[in-house]
Design a protein. Structure first.
Length: 60
């Protein structure tokens, strides 16, 4: 049996809105345990193929 998330979609949207207002490139992690983490981009531990594409094609 799976455990229900301890947060709602609205909670995630609020967290992302705040994170992006402080730093547009901040990282928002949502864990399976129900934790929402907001991290500065410099904390990034791995880079996905999608992230690499965005970094290579960043115009700003």
């Amino acid at each position: 049996m799976s455990r229900r998330a301890a947060f709602t979609e609205a909670d995630i949207r609020r967290a992302m809105k705040v994170a992006r207002s402080i730093d547009a490139r901040s990282i928002v992690e949502v864990t399976a345990e129900g934790t929402i983490r907001i991290l500065p981009e410099s904390v990034r531990t791995s880079t996905s193929e999608v992230d690499r594409w965005f970094e290579e094609n960043d115009e700003g």
